[in-house]
Design a protein around this ligand. Structure first.
Ligand code: SAM
Length: 316
């Protein structure tokens, strides 16, 4: 059976139950996320868009101080609707780079390979469909040029602090001295603002979470009844962890898989399935993370509200 099946079986057999947010992104999940990016309640994309729209020239200058021939790898690129401003600024500066968007969603990679050359005719692009570290390892084996690695959209927030540190160390081990890592962090702010982003009035975050159950039904022969689960996010302003859960509305049994791979899971009324963490950072936590994982901070780029930071790190 495939990794998706193994992870779903493992996660739903764990106590507490959990699913993994990297599986949110099938075709429907990609479209829901792109709708969410335009929702007035989901401030993250708008703040980071402002940084990239208004500050890409300065960011590109900081990058070009280090190198102007490089491989540009974007981890979890999504629709690249924000990073396109940086790509444009780098092309305008005459940088010579190949853009390698990495994404677990095949759909996203196909869309990017079709869309970007129309928007940026001089771009050299090679999409990589797979997981972050596996794709970086693949590139490290073949490429010898300096690397700029983008990890935008607060994707790092989908890890807790320990997981984020481990991840940054793994990325650092696949970089050479002088390579750059550009990471988007959602900053701690009014807790109500944060909670509303994960409990938007249009119900997009709810549908985004429930879509994973639909995906299990479709791809793994599950029989989740979506109306029997509801979405519950909460935010802890001390740890900065915003967590999404799906709650079982009643006692119920769900079966997944076929033939000898078929298994069933019991849900109690009110039982929670942990779906996703979206960790919020202070600037001090960002600086500690960089220092503890062997990076030197080159610069932080913040939006005008100081709600989001794109931080440029260098491996010494
Ligand atoms: C929250 S979206 C952000 C997209 C984009 N970075 C942005 O800022 O708009 C996360 C993206 O990362 C991809 N992704 C999530 N987990 C991944 C993983 N483990 N490996 C590769 N891609 C992943 C998803 O498919 C999705 O396109």
């Amino acid at each position: 059976m495939n990794k998706f099946y193994e992870d779903v079986k493992y996660g739903l057999s764990s106590n507490p139950k959990r699913l993994y947010s990297k599986y949110f992104y099938d075709k429907i999940g990609d479209a829901l996320f792109q709708q969410l990016m335009h929702s007035p309640d989901y401030y993250l994309s708008k703040c980071e868009l402002e940084i990239l729209q208004l500050q890409s020239t300065s960011i590109a200058q900081d990058i070009n101080i280090e190198f102007d021939e490089f491989d540009l790898v974007e981890l979890g690129a999504g629709d690249a609707s924000k990073s396109i401003f940086l790509l444009q600024a780098l092309l305008d500066n005459g940088s010579d780079f190949t853009y390698y968007p990495v994404d677990i969603s095949q759909n996203v990679i196909e869309l990017l390979e079709a869309k970007l050359p129309k928007l940026l005719p001089s771009i050299k692009i090679k999409g990589l469909n797979g997981e972050y570290i596996a794709m970086l390892e693949q590139l490290a084996k073949h490429g010898s040029r300096p690397k700029l690695i983008l990890f935008l959209g607060s994707n790092i927030g989908n890890m807790n602090l320990d997981e984020a540190a481990l991840f940054c160390e793994k990325v650092r081990d696949l970089m050479n001295p002088g390579d750059l890592f550009f990471i988007g962090f959602d900053l701690k702010k009014n807790p109500f603002t944060i909670l509303t982003a994960y409990n938007d009035r249009a119900g997009l975050t709810r549908d985004f979470n429930l879509n994973l159950l639909r995906r299990i039904n479709k791809e793994l022969s599950g029989n989740f009844y979506l109306d029997a689960f509801y979405h519950y996010p909460n935010y802890d302003p001390i740890s900065g962890a915003c967590k999404s859960h799906l709650i079982s509305a009643k006692d119920q049994e769900v079966t997944i898989g076929e033939g000898t791979d078929r298994f069933s899971i019991q849900f109690k009324q009110h039982e929670a399935v942990f779906m996703e963490i979206s960790k919020k950072y202070s600037i001090e936590e960002i600086e500690e993370l960089a220092l503890n994982t062997g990076f030197k901070i080159t610069n932080h780029f913040l939006d005008s509200k100081k709600w989001f930071a794109d931080s440029l790190w260098r491996k010494d």
